[in-house]
Structures are given as structure tokens and as C-alpha cells.
Design a binder for this molecule. Structure first.
Ligand SMILES: NC(=O)c1ccc[n+]([C@@H]2O[C@H](COP(=O)([O-])OP(=O)(O)OC[C@H]3O[C@@H](n4cnc5c(N)ncnc54)[C@H](O)[C@@H]3O)[C@@H](O)[C@H]2O)c1
Ligand SMILES: O=c1ccn([C@@H]2O[C@H](COP(=O)(O)OP(=O)(O)O[C@H]3O[C@H](CO)[C@@H](O)[C@H](O)[C@H]3O)[C@@H](O)[C@H]2O)c(=O)[nH]1
Length: 323
């Protein structure tokens, strides 16, 4: 099969592209490298360095499906720079849908997010839960999901939206090369805690300890990037014309920020200083997934589901393989 992977120069897209190549498929990456890097595009994939808004220049009838990862991802930043989030995420998805329709490409797998739910009324969060994003980032993803739903209804697109919870960890490919998280600038809790453990930062700044959670810090559901990538391969097979399938992807276990920091300290063996600061705007208190639907309908079986394994793989990549 031939796939277009938008955002394939980023963390998750480059790992899914690697796995698609390992399965023998052809992969074209469309990425403007605004937050990703050309170096991360796996050998064997072709990189077209353009914004997703110009997907029409790349897509033609030879593609079997599109996996759409491209976009801006930091919920905190989306509160201070909403315009660039609406442009990259929502306008980007609109342009991609236009280009797919024009080129008669019928299958889409989209990177949606837990951030569409906002502060949930019930945990674990099921797909039918109310959508009330607390960040502009979440709103841009929810509006993209809605545009995809309309495209499915009106034009018979086969679409799957995967709502990832917090993606962490690293993937060691069949050639022994590690691929992992290396955002620039980094905003995510685990790599930032590694910066503190390795002395790159003097301390770890924890955003808020007055949330309505057991220890006062936010609770998140972490998913290993390789388990997440497996779900994409299953989603490609499950996509059906005229259906918009939606799956939450997490492990159903909530870890507080304090617990995550303690795990990083234990795995790295370094006891770095932690400074409690104010809340970060846009952060919901608790996000924990119910992924029963993905397990039942896709046959998804996460196998790297302990926080220790996720942090250990991420640390392996952080220490030895980051480019
Ligand atoms: N990392 C997570 O925990 C997480 C959780 C939920 C959802 N997601 C979603 O998964 C997707 C991938 O996330 P990631 O962690 O790999 O992020 P990333 O920043 O590593 O990758 C995103 C890629 O998109 C590219 N990009 C950004 N704007 C673009 C544009 N207008 N045109 C073309 N390319 C553009 C960047 O250069 C980058 O390579 C994103 O859509 C994100 O919203 C991520
Ligand atoms: O230096 C830091 C960085 C983060 N945090 C906290 O750690 C938690 C997790 O934050 P982060 O790692 O930035 O992830 P999220 O903001 O939860 O967002 C991730 O997970 C979401 C799904 O849950 C996705 O939608 C987003 O794209 C993805 O970035 C939050 O409470 C943050 O406030 C800190 O306390 N200090």
C-alpha cells in the first residue's frame, strides 16, 4: 500500500512511518518541519517539505490512505497563540480533506486527542462523553473531528479518529535504532523531568498542586508510543467507507504529576529538585481513558502498558539516541 503520512518528521508520525515501512509499504511524508525535523523521517520514506495546507500538491490517486499527524500540539501554548493553532490544525485539516476529495483518496486516520473532552464528568472517559475542551488546542482538534464527520456523511470517506491520551516512550526499530520524543521546544512532563535528571535544567517545575485530585497535581493516562502505533495499523484495516470510527487510546490508569516525577527519579536514579509553580492555563485536572472500544472493535492489545516500561524506554532514547 502507499500512504501519505503528514507530520512524519515528528515524534509519533515518524514512528508510525517506520512501522509502515517495516511492513513493506510505501511512505511519503508531508511535513513543513516547523516543529519536527527532516532527520527524523525514516530512511526509505520520501519527504515532501511543505505545509499540510498544500497537500493538494502531493496527493494523487496512487495513495491508498492518509495518516494525518501534522499539527501543533502544546495545549499551554495554544492559549497564548490561538491563531497559529487554528491555522495549522483546523485549516490544515480542511485543506487536507479538500485535497483527498480532489484526488479521490478514500481513507483517513486522524490524530485526535483526549483534550477534546476537557474536564470530564465521568472517569474513565468513553468516546461518547461530552466534548468541552479547556484549551484552544483541544477545540482545534474537536473542530477537525467534526469536519471529518461531515466529510464522511457527505462524501463517503472512510475515517478513523484516534483520541490519544498522553503519548510517551520510544521505539527500537528492526535495525536496532531508537526513535523517541524530542520536541523543540519541549513542553512534556517526562522529557522535561529527564532534563532535570541529567542536569540540563536546575530543577523540575511542577504546574499546580491545588487540583481536585488525590495529591493535588494533575492526573494523566500514559500510553507507550509503540502501542499507539500498533493501533494505527489496526485502524487502517478497520476503516470503512461512510463510517467515522472514533477510539480513545490510553491504558485506563491515571498517574499524578507527582507520581510521574517519582517514577522518573527512580528509573534515572537521580533525585533532582522539584519546584511547585502556578497552574498552566488550559490543563484539565484529570484525563483517564476507557479504551474498551479500541480493544473490542480493533482488537488492540497494548503490551507495553506499565509506566516503568514507558519511562525506561524514553530514558534509553534520551540518553543514547537523541539527535
Ligand atoms: N504527543 C502526544 O502526547 C499527543 C497526544 C494526543 C494527540 N497528539 C497528536 O498527535 C500528532 C503528532 O504529535 P507529536 O507528538 O508527534 O508531535 P510533533 O510536534 O513531534 O509532530 C508534529 C509534526 O507536524 C509538523 N507540522 C506542524 N504544523 C504543520 C503544518 N502546518 N504542515 C505540515 N506539517 C506540520 C511538525 O513539523 C512536526 O513534524 C499531533 O496531531 C498531536 O496533536 C499527540
Ligand atoms: O514542565 C512541566 C510540563 C508538564 N507539567 C504537567 O504535566 C502534565 C502533563 O503535561 P504534558 O506532558 O505537557 O501533556 P498534556 O498537556 O497532558 O498534553 C499531552 O497529552 C494530551 C492528551 O492528554 C495531548 O492532547 C497533547 O497533545 C499532549 O501534548 C500537565 O498537568 C502539565 O501541567 C508540569 O507540571 N511541568
Amino acid at each position: 500500500m502507499k500512504y501519505l503520512v503528514t507530520g512524519g518528521a515528528g515524534y509519533i508520525g515518524s514512528i508510525v512511518a517506520t512501522m509502515l515501512l517495516e511492513e513493506g509499504h510505501d511512505v511519503v511524508v508531508l511535513d513543513d518541519c516547523s516543529t519536527g525535523s527532516a532527520e527524523r523521517v525514516p530512511a526509505g520514506a520520501t519527504l515532501v517539505r511543505k505545509p499540510v495546507q498544500q497537500a493538494g500538491d502531493v496527493l494523487d490517486g496512487t495513495f491508498d490512505a492518509v495518516l494525518h499527524f501534522a499539527g501543533l500540539i502544546a495545549a499551554g501554548e495554544s492559549m497564548s497563540r490561538p491563531d497559529i493553532y487554528w491555522e495549522a490544525n483546523t485549516a490544515g485539516t480542511f485543506a487536507l480533506l479538500d485535497a483527498m476529495r480532489e484526488a479521490n483518496v478514500k481513507t483517513l486516520v486522524f490524530s485526535s486527542t483526549a483534550a477534546v473532552y476537557g474536564n470530564p464528568t465521568e472517569v474513565p472517559i468513553k468516546e461518547e462523553a461530552a466534548k468541552a475542551p479547556t484549551s484552544t488546542y483541544g477545540a482545534t482538534k474537536l473542530s477537525s473531528d467534526m469536519a471529518i464527520a461531515s466529510e464522511v456523511t457527505a462524501y463517503g470517506l472512510a475515517a478513523v479518529s484516534l483520541r490519544y491520551f498522553n503519548v510517551v516512550g520510544a521505539y527500537r526499530d528492526q535495525g536496532g535504532l531508537w526513535h523517541g520524543e524530542n520536541h523543540e521546544p519541549e513542553t512534556h512532563i517526562i522529557p522535561i523531568a529527564f532534563d532535570a535528571a541529567s542536569g540540563k535544567r536546575e530543577s523540575f517545575g511542577l504546574f499546580g498542586d491545588d487540583y481536585p485530585t488525590p495529591d493535588g497535581t494533575c492526573v494523566r493516562d500514559y500510553i507507550h508510543v509503540a502501542d499507539l502505533a500498533d493501533a494505527h495499523l489496526l485502524a487502517l484495516k478497520a476503516a470503512e467507507a461512510g463510517e467515522h470510527k472514533i477510539y480513545n487510546l490510553g491504558n485506563g490508569n491515571g498517574f499524578s504529576n507527582k507520581e510521574v516525577v517519582a517514577t522518573v527519579k527512580r528509573i534515572t536514579g537521580v533525585d533532582f529538585p522539584v519546584e511547585i509553580g502556578p497552574r498552566r492555563p488550559g490543563d484539565p485536572a484529570e484525563l483517564v481513558a476507557s479504551s474498551e472500544r479500541a480493544k473490542t472493535e480493533l482488537g488492540w492489545k497494548p503490551s507495553r502498558d506499565t509506566l516503568d516500561r514507558m519511562v525506561a524506554d524514553a530514558w534509553e532514547y534520551y540518553q543514547h539516541a537523541r539527535r
